[in-house]
Design a protein around this ligand. Structure first.
Ligand SMILES: [Zn+2]
Length: 464
């Protein structure tokens, strides 16, 4: 029942065998911190969190690094067409728009991002900022230059993809093949369509806010080199698992592999894990479509961030997930039902976990992260006849992966004051004094509880 993961590189489900069984290494491509992140980005973050937690669940230790791109990501990729070698630097553009420094912009959006991670119960990881690894990026480009993998054009130093024979193993596109949907490259100095910038020269007319000295002149690093330089510096030349959204597989990740393996001569990452897109209303999500929702949008619409996490767990990570306000509200209802079930459990200590449910849960996780099946095991266990105390300790294990704060709801006790108010309200209702009953309902509500009337009498619930 060991962990099996789908590897985008081999296009097969493989047994996960760590390079060093003492410490699993993981790298997740993080956000370009020029604006609020979309819930689509957070779907990938939740996936990386689940992988992290599943690794721990399998009794490994893990070192997980994720970056902030705070320089060098050009907006040539717009919504869907990827060409990060062209266009304007996203950070610089936003800084000018908001009349702030690049650092003020990136600090602000990094804080915002971290807040969302907290709301989503994302386990801690080590963060790296591209601007703090400029030296490592320059060093790596120099190694590539010495080994003959680079060439110079009028706007920067480029990687010659045709010199890496494994180019295309991940993306399916060799160095000289034009990617489907890509616009014709305007840079005629590139030797192959899939060559990419390692270092870009500053142009005086750009008045760049962030630029650095280098052996090739003042400029800034290309977007791809940062992840390779930071991953290798923080995790070593070969890492176990590299994660990102599926939009990164074709170019960014293929280029990370090319430059890393040419620089070190070692395999860069054993497993490539890619999360499928989040769709909105059955279609594409995009800023230009006005449906690139953020965590703030969810909260403003009364959606608990953990309900969004729950929604993500209901679909397999390699399948598209359709976000609609109905689907996220249904997830919120399901989560609240789960909490209600957990509230019924009495907390009793010193019990053993239920090994049958535990192995069913672990089996689902280890079968390429089948979270929908793992969630079904949670529901089955709660409905089963096993004693409460066994349910509680087993649930505690499950929540180490689910991250839904389930244990906060165990053994929920209604405060006496709320219980008394509910009794008084019930008496008014029975007497037909509806206005007084309603005033008390509002008071109960203001204390953070909901009172529901059922055939068998009223029921109190904690507002979540
Ligand atoms: Zn990356």
């Amino acid at each position: 029942m060991s962990l099996k993961l789908y590897n985008s590189l081999s296009r097969k489900i493989e047994d996960f065998v760590p390079i060093n069984p003492e410490l699993v290494t993981m790298y997740t491509c993080g956000p370009t911190v020029y604006y609020y992140q979309t819930i689509g980005n957070f779907r990938t973050v939740i996936l990386s969190d689940i992988v992290h937690r599943v690794i721990l669940f399998n009794d490994y230790k893990v070192r997980h690094v994720s970056n902030f791109t705070d320089v060098g990501h050009l907006n040539g990729d717009h919504d869907d067409i990827l060409d990060p070698n062209t266009g304007e630097d996203k950070i610089e553009l936003q800084a000018r728009k908001e009349s702030k420094s690049a650092k003020e912009i990136t600090d602000y959006y990094i804080d915002d991002y971290k807040q969302s991670l907290n709301q989503l119960n994302i386990k801690s990881r080590t963060f790296t900022r591209a601007t703090e690894y400029i030296k490592e990026q320059i060093d790596m480009i120099q190694v590539l230059e010495k080994k003959g993998f680079t060439y110079r054009t009028s706007d920067g130093i480029y990687f010659d993809a045709s010199k890496f024979s494994a180019y295309g193993d991940l993306s399916g596109y060799k160095a000289n093949q034009i990617l489907e949907g890509a616009r014709v490259d305007i840079n005629s100095e590139k030797r192959n369509p899939n060559d990419f910038a390692l270092w870009k020269f500053s142009k005086p007319e750009d008045n760049r806010l962030q630029e650095y000295e280098s052996p090739w002149g003042v400029g800034f690093p290309g977007w791809h080199i940062e992840c390779s330089a930071m991953a290798i510096k923080e995790l070593g030349v070969s890492i176990d698992i590299h994660i990102g959204g599926e939009d990164l597989r074709m170019i960014h990740h293929q280029n990370e592999i090319a430059q890393s393996e040419c620089a070190t001569g070692e395999k860069f990452a054993n497993f490539w894990v890619h999360g499928a897109f989040l769709q909105v209303d059955g279609g594409r999500m995009g800023k230009s479509l006005g449906n690139a929702y953020t965590m703030q949008d969810l909260v403003a619409n009364g959606v608990d961030p953990l309900a969004y996490r729950y929604l993500c767990l209901t679909a397999h990570y390699r399948s598209p997930l359709n976000f609609t306000w109905e689907s996220v509200n249904a997830a919120q209802n399901a989560l609240h039902n789960l909490y209600s079930q957990v509230e019924e459990l009495k907390e009793v200590k010193n019990s053993e976990i239920d090994s049958t449910y535990h192995s069913r849960f672990k089996e689902a996780l280890n079968e390429d992260l089948n979270l929908p099946r793992a969630l079904a095991v949670v529901w089955d266990m709660l409905k089963s006849g096993i004693p409460d105390e066994t349910k509680v300790v087993t649930l505690a294990e499950f929540d180490k992966v689910l991250g839904l704060n389930l244990l906060d709801h165990v053994g929920f006790v209604i405060p006496k004051k709320v219980e008394d108010l509910a009794k008084t309200r019930d008496a008014y209702r029975k007497a037909g004094i509806w206005d007084k009953a309603d005033i008390i309902r509002k008071e109960i509500d203001s204390l953070g509880y909901l009172v529901e009337d059922t055939k068998s009498g009223y029921k109190l619930k904690r507002k979540i």
